[in-house]
Design a protein around this ligand. Sequence first.
Ligand code: ADP
Ligand code: MG
Length: 249
Amino acid sequence: MFSLVAIHKSYGPVRAVGPVDLEIAKARTTVLLGPSGCGKSTLLRLMTGLTSPDSGEVRFEGVRVQPDRWPSLRRHLGYVIQEGGLFPHLTAWSNVTLMARHLGWSGPDVDRRVEELGQLTRLDRPTLLRYPAELSGGQRQRVSLMRALMLDPAVLLLDEPLGALDPMTRFDLQTDLAQIFRSLGKTVVLVTHDLSEAGFLGDLIVLMKEGRVVQTGTLEQFVHHPAEPFVRKFINAQRSPLEAVAPVA
Ligand code: ADP
Ligand code: MG
């Protein structure tokens, strides 16, 4: 779906990404995983055209995306930014339907789509009439997801969509997201720094370090065939809660 070819991106003296070559498979969930600052968000933004590479190419369905093509291509991308990015002065419903109304959708078409997505994300109508500040963190992320799906995009790009949630809310949303991804069969690229989330949601995991891809594969491959010592170190850094419990004598 997307190919990143020999991509470099620096901010002044800081190399955010590069060199990176990466294929994003159609109808699969690819997870970009790695510690904070390793370039995950930059890589995702390169796939939205909101950031342009210093060198290298972004290809969509095999064709290099020229700068003037991004605005029309972006209609086919659903993007959830790291903080959700809902407009605080608009209700959830207005946030979700903003683009569709701008594009001239009819009232019944808008209502039908909201109804469909409300069922998918488990948000009812009264909840959608609230403002973002009146919603829980989990509800806000469900609204962000609805907004990203409203125009039925070909690709869904999610930047740490569950990053700010408490563990139980996060667990519930992970379960729902897995179900949603399965039922929609869309191309999904999801950013996280959480190993178990990556393993749970990803068909393919791309582990990054300092702007580069260290290993691409499944959690199992990372555990049994780590490409370099960093992979093992990253896995071992995720502490199991059971470690804190004294073993039974
Ligand atoms: P991640 O999402 O993995 O935490 P980012 O892609 O946000 O990492 O950032 C990668 C590196 O690029 C970091 O060192 C970050 O400080 C830097 N960076 C990202 N965006 C900018 C920017 N707009 N201006 C300057 N530096 C940036
Ligand atoms: Mg980030």
